[in-house]
Write a protein that binds this ligand. Structure first.
Ligand code: SAM
Length: 246
């Protein structure tokens, strides 16, 4: 007999287990799925190029965010973490995949950038090695790979790690672009699949992150191949601020 549910964490882990590793990217085995994804660094994956997100560069250039302590959540090969370090941030960067972190460390070394990289599940590491509070939590393409129930863990992480007055920015699949899945949340559980990622509308992001104040929400700009920035119009780019303490 199997009576494993007693806490909220037990529920979250049971739901994690519904998504089989071979089909999707969120399970205890997700790290090895991502390791396989990053094994060949020469693959023509748009975000494999060592360019920072155009929206991140734009926030910095316009003074919407200023240097401080940053966390790059799901940093992958580290392109945004390295850019933040070059722009004067003290940077922590975390990723599930040891391959991604090894690649990111190589890039930081080559760029002479100082970044503290951490391997593991951001939600497990929050409150321990990921101390915070952070003036900026940046997520390019991690949130949309999480199953719906992990939004609870994500919001909890923001609650614990984002400094009052700090900013949270994310890019994620935009609905209507044929990239992320537009199925209703319940269907991911019925089908036990995440279909390669979830699409979001501006309204759904506003609702999920309603505890924060919206600064800017728009589609990412399409950047030409020779641009020094990364930009794909199928992504939504959102910037929020946590209100400062009264
Ligand atoms: C689409 S990739 C984006 C990588 C990087 N942000 C970029 O844009 O170049 C998503 C990344 O999120 C990471 N990830 C997914 N869930 C995570 C979790 N719970 N904790 C830490 N990293 C996670 C994956 O390992 C993967 O490298």
């Amino acid at each position: 007999m199997d009576r494993n549910i007693r806490t909220l964490d037990d529920v979250l882990r049971l739901l994690d287990g519904l998504f089989a590793p071979e089909a999707d990217r969120w399970t205890a085995e997700a790290a090895s799925w991502w390791d396989g994804f990053y094994a060949d660094r020469s693959k023509p994956v748009p975000f494999f190029s060592a360019k920072p997100d155009e929206n991140l560069v734009s926030y910095l250039d316009r003074g919407l965010i200023t240097a401080g302590h940053a966390l790059d959540l799901g940093c992958g090969p580290g392109r945004n973490a390295v850019h933040l370090a070059a722009r004067g941030f003290e940077v922590d960067a975390v990723d599930l995949s040891p391959q991604a972190v090894a690649w990111a460390e190589d890039r930081a070394r080559e760029a002479g950038a100082e970044v503290r990289f951490h391997r593991g599940d951001a939600f497990d590491l929050c409150g321990t090695v990921l101390g915070g509070p952070y003036d900026l939590i940046y997520d390019s393409g991690c949130f949309h790979h999480l199953p719906p129930h992990r939004r609870l863990s994500y919001l909890d992480l923001l609650d614990r790690a984002l400094a009052p007055g700090g900013h949270f920015a994310l890019t994620c699949f935009a609905a209507g672009t044929m990239t992320g899945s537009e199925l209703p949340d319940a269907d991911f559980y019925r089908q036990a699949r995440l279909h390669g990622g979830l699409a979001y509308t501006p309204g759904s992001l506003r609702w999920i992150f309603s505890g924060l104040s919206e600064v800017e929400m728009r589609r990412m700009q399409d950047e030409p191949a020779d641009s020094p920035r990364f930009g794909q119009p199928f992504l939504l780019a959102a910037l929020f601020r946590r209100d400062a303490l009264p």
